[in-house]
Every structure is written in C-alpha cells, then in structure tokens.
Design a protein around this ligand. Structure first.
Ligand SMILES: *Cc1c(COP(=O)(O)O)cnc(C)c1O
Length: 429
C-alpha cells in the first residue's frame, strides 16, 4: 500500500516512512492511496472471528508489503491485550473502549503505534527518541503504550501544575523508558519545544528523533478494528438495521477510522458525529462552510477542538455530499451532557463519562427531531466514567475506578522541571 499527503498526490510514501514522519513535509496528513476491502469470507465472518483475527484482517492490507504476517500477529497480540465489548444499555449498545490500561480508547492507537515503531526500528542499534507534548490527556496513553517497548525512549512534556494528579501520575509515574518533563509554561510552550527539537539540525545528527502525535496514520488504522468487530457482532445478533454508530468527536480521528471500517465492508449504515459546544464539524454537516475556530472549554474536554485535524483526511476521501449523506452531526451543551448522565443513570444504573454522554444525547436529539431512522444505535464509550469522577459522581454517586486507575493513583510522579526555553530542554539530551 502506498501513502500520500492529503495535499500532494504526486509523491508516494511507504507505510514505514508515513509512520516515522508522522506529518507529511508539506504539512498534510498521510492517507492510504485507497481504502482496502475485506475479502468476502472475512466480511461474512466478522461476527464469529476473535478480536485479534478481525484486527489482522483489518490492518493487514494497510501494511501487507512491509510487515510480514507473523510480525503483524505479534504486534496485534502485544497491543490489544483487552477487549471492546458491546454492552446493551437502555435499548442501545455501548461499545466500551475503556478496558485498556489508561481507561480510554486512545490505548488502542497508542499501543499499536508503539509496537509498529519498535518493529520498524528492529535493525537499528540506537534507540529511537520519541518526543510528545501533552495538555494532559494523550500523555497517559502514550506513556503506557510505549512503556517497556524495546528500542524506544519517550520524553513527554506537560505544563507543570496544569494537569490533574491522575494525569501526572499516568505520565510521570512509570519511569523506565518514559521520561516526564514538567515545563514551567503552557501546553503551547511544550509543543513549541518539541517542534524546535524535531527541526534542530545538531540534535537530529546525534539522535534518531520522532514524534507520536495523534494524527499519525499508525494510530488511526487500529481504531477501525473495533468498528468492524462491533458491527459484525450486531449482525450476528440479528440486530435491526440500519446500524448507526455514534462517535463522540474532537479531532475526528475516531470517526475517520469508523468511515474506513464502513468502506472496507463492515456493516455500518450511518454515523453520528457527536460534538460538545465545539461545533465546527456539526455545522459543516448541516450545510455550512467549514470554519475552524478557537476551541471552547467544556466538561468533555478531550473533545475541545475547534479545528479538527482529521477533517483534512475525511475530505480527501469523501466529498461534502458523501460526508453529509453518511454522517449526521449534533452539538450538545454541558448542561445537556449532565442531564444525560443523570437520566441514563436513573433509568439504567449505567454511569456514562461526559464524552460518552455527549454521544448518547446526540442520538436522543436526532431521534427527537426525526433525523434518524429506527434501527440499532451504538454509542462509542470513549472513556471510563471514573476518569471524570469530578463531573460524574455528583450526578450518579460513587463510581468504582477500574484497577488500572487505582494502580496509577498509587504511583508517585517523577519528573524533571524546566523553564520554557529550548536551551534548557536541549541540555537534557
Ligand atoms: C480523544 C478523545 C475523544 C475524541 O476523539 P477524536 O478521535 O479526537 O475525535 C473522545 N473521547 C475521549 C475520552 C477522548 O480521549
């Protein structure tokens, strides 16, 4: 499979170079030259194959000429050490993506990407140094995903004093090959330091440097797996068509992965892109021109994105008409989100995290407005509610944290503190 920048169809890249570069030199995102299709037999057996088998069928065509079958199987077994169960709740299904080590769906992408990097570096004698800036959320998934992965060291930069204590322990509590750097500044400072390092000639001569940002194609492809698995599961249960998948969305990576799965042949009829009050994409779906803007802070803060980067990927594969046919949008306020958490808990005793609640409420709104046909609705539960206990527990009472979060809270955070300037950062290498 060849890959191209969303901004230039002339220069092909291998999967390996797309992954190691992360972003194309022209600033575009890497996309596959075409979205592959499941074989007939694979499409027919999505309901009976194991999660690992579906992962293999889904990912294989994207990497086939570069990662041999047995290596891909090892990567899949190492990355997906947990499941993505479909849980029936209140007449819908919750696709629970929070059973990984940091209790959020980003574990799927981060763990897969880490093992792909390690595979691509297998013949190198020097370790690869990965630099990541985080505002708090993705840092934990990246730290956990790369922890103890051979041949890779990771430095995670986060704004000192501006992440929660759980986030700080997830970033700075593992040690080993994961270095945590607390920057006396903002997230933007962290990002600037990473960018400066990645383009510093002297550092790049000395070290193999890369980044692990969220737009890496190796984080996107593994996310298609749980859509294929869930849609196959619904079909095997003879659930009523159409199958509608509702995706709590920020940067639109998860939704793009769903669109890939549908195009590959997973039986998905429609998507709902559920947004909080950051409604750049939902307004676009309603017919307005695409207008990126500053993000607004909400209680579903992993979706606080005003300029979703994967929009560029979606529109490189599909026209506006196609996107508007396949995807419904809805924007949900914080108070509606809280109401949904309280109501679903009252009716079903199921605690939703704020992101999943935005998804739940988007379905309700579209149904009430006659914009969705009767069918089977699946909401992606993107985080465990205990991760957002400060929002959820006042509405539901105590939520029991999963063991991985309890363990993380027991760790102590060890990080190096630096002022927000490049010389101080560079002195660490
Ligand atoms: C990152 C994240 C999202 C948004 O996913 P995108 O792929 O950026 O659209 C939703 N929910 C949670 C809990 C997240 O961490």
């Amino acid at each position: 499979m060849r890959y191209y920048s969303t901004r230039d169809r002339n220069e092909p890249y291998s999967f390996a170079s797309a992954v190691v570069r992360g972003l194309a030199p022209d600033g575009g995102l890497f996309v596959p030259e075409e979205i592959p299709r499941f074989s007939h037999s694979a499409a027919a057996s999505l309901g009976s194959m194991s999660f690992h088998e579906i992962a293999y069928e889904t990912i294989r065509p994207f990497v086939a000429d570069e990662i041999p079958a047995s290596a891909l199987e090892d990567i899949i077994h190492g990355a997906f050490t947990f499941d993505a169960p479909l849980n029936p709740v209140g007449g819908r299904f919750m696709l629970e993506l929070f059973h990984g080590p940091t209790a959020a769906f980003k574990d799927f992408g981060a763990r897969f990407m880490a093992r792909v990097f390690a595979y691509l570096r297998r013949n190198e004698s020097h370790p690869l140094k990965i630099l990541v800036a985080t505002s708090g959320d993705t840092g934990g998934a990246v730290a956990s995903g790369f922890y103890q992965v051979e041949g890779i060291n990771v430095s995670i930069l986060y704004p000192k004093g501006r992440v929660t204590s759980l986030q700080e322990r997830q970033i700075a509590g593992l040690g080993g090959n994961i270095d945590a750097i607390a920057v006396e500044g903002s997230f933007d400072d962290c990002q600037r330091l990473v960018k400066s390092a990645l383009s510093d000639a002297e550092l790049n001569k000395r070290l193999a440097l890369s980044s692990a940002n969220s737009i890496n194609i190796a984080r996107l492809i593994p996310q298609s797996v749980y859509y294929a698995s869930a849609a196959g599961g619904l079909k095997a249960r003879n659930a009523a068509k159409p199958f509608v998948f509702c995706v709590p969305s920020g940067n639109l990576g998860n939704l793009t992965a769903g669109m890939y799965a549908a195009k590959m042949g997973a039986p998905i009829d429609m998507f709902v892109a559920a947004a909080n009050s950051n409604k750049t994409f939902s307004e676009y779906l309603e017919g307005e021109t695409y207008t990126p803007r500053e993000s607004a802070a909400t209680i579903s803060n992993a979706m606080d994105v005003g300029a979703p980067s994967n929009f560029e990927r979606l529109s490189s594969h599909w026209s506006a008409d196609e996107l508007r046919r396949m995807i419904r949008g809805a924007s949900i306020s914080d108070s509606e989100t809280r109401d949904a958490i309280a109501e679903v808990y009252r009716n079903t005793a199921y605690p939703l995290d704020p992101h999943s609640a935005v998804g739940w409420q988007a379905i309700t709104r579209l149904r009430d407005n006659g914009l969705l046909d009767a069918g089977t609705y699946t909401v992606l539960a993107t985080a465990h509610p205990a991760k957002f206990a400060h929002v959820v527990e006042p509405l539901t009472g105590a939520v029991k944290p999963p063991p991985c979060l309890e363990e993380a809270m027991k760790r102590s955070a060890r990080s190096v503190t630096i002022p927000p300037d490049f010389d101080a950062f560079k002195a660490l290498f």
